[in-house]
Design a protein around this ligand. Structure first.
Ligand SMILES: Nc1ncnc2c1ncn2[C@@H]1O[C@H](COP(=O)(O)OP(=O)(O)OP(=O)(O)O)[C@@H](O)[C@H]1O
Ligand SMILES: [Mg+2]
Length: 206
């Protein structure tokens, strides 16, 4: 993924301008900045969920601004995985079924891979429970497994541990990064929690 000359403003308010950075396979970048600095806005631009104003975003060399809505949605399904602060699991689906959702969308349903992911996030024994029966940390681990199901090139995580206590935050972040490494997925994680991500390469918004 490459971003060049990326800028964004809401009316008079300029969030950032001229951002240039590239992420290669398996690289990790932490987006740091105080509340309101534009972390979520940046991730939405990189995911093609928000129209570009200035600059360009390329996925595997392809400018996403050149894609139709339909092409973009299709590409996003394979290229990106998304994790948010809130888990956004489907309440009426079990843990395993939630993980398989991207597979249904991509016509690649592989329950064995779903179970393998469940195992990797330590929740094999929770496969048939519904989200309401899971703890906050468990739900986020399911959300991480779901985001990685299609083996995306890029995982975008926006405050993925924002609603967890320290111990669970460290556990979920650690699992997310190691699982992404294994699958070959680059990760961009936005957070305001500098301690949690100490030592990881960063991109700072003012
Ligand atoms: N639709 C919108 N219209 C106008 N201003 C907006 C809109 N969406 C966001 N903003 C403003 O843009 C700024 C950046 O928002 P953004 O959500 O990207 O920040 P953030 O760094 O993710 O903050 P937080 O850490 O609180 O999640 C904020 O000041 C916000 O009020
Ligand atoms: Mg945000």
């Amino acid at each position: 993924m490459e971003a060049s000359g990326l800028g964004f403003r809401y009316g008079e308010v300029e969030l950032f301008q001229n951002l240039d950075f590239a992420l290669h396979e398996r690289e990790i970048r932490v987006v740091l900045g105080p509340s309101g600095s534009g972390k979520t806005t940046l991730l939405h631009l990189l995911a093609g969920l928000l129209a570009l104003q200035a600059g360009d975003v390329r996925w595997l060399g392809q400018s996403i601004g050149d894609l139709s809505e339909e092409q973009l949605a299709r590409q996003r399904l394979y290229f990106t995985g998304l994790v948010f602060q809130h888990h956004y699991l489907q309440a009426e689906l079990t843990a395993l079924e939630n993980i398989l959702v991207p597979g249904y969308l991509a016509n690649q349903v592989d329950p064995a891979w779903g179970l393998e992911l469940l195992n990797r996030v330590g929740l094999l024994d929770r496969a048939h429970l519904f989200p309401k029966a899971l703890s906050g940390g468990e739900r986020q681990r399911i959300a991480v497994a779901r985001a990685l199901y299609n083996r995306p090139k890029l995982l975008l995580a926006d405050e993925p541990t924002g609603s967890l206590d320290r111990r669970n935050a460290e556990k979920v972040l650690g699992l997310m990064l190691s699982l992404a490494q294994e699958i070959g997925t680059a990760v961009i994680v936005a957070t305001h929690d500098e301690h949690l991500v100490q030592g990881l390469p960063e991109l700072r918004l003012a």
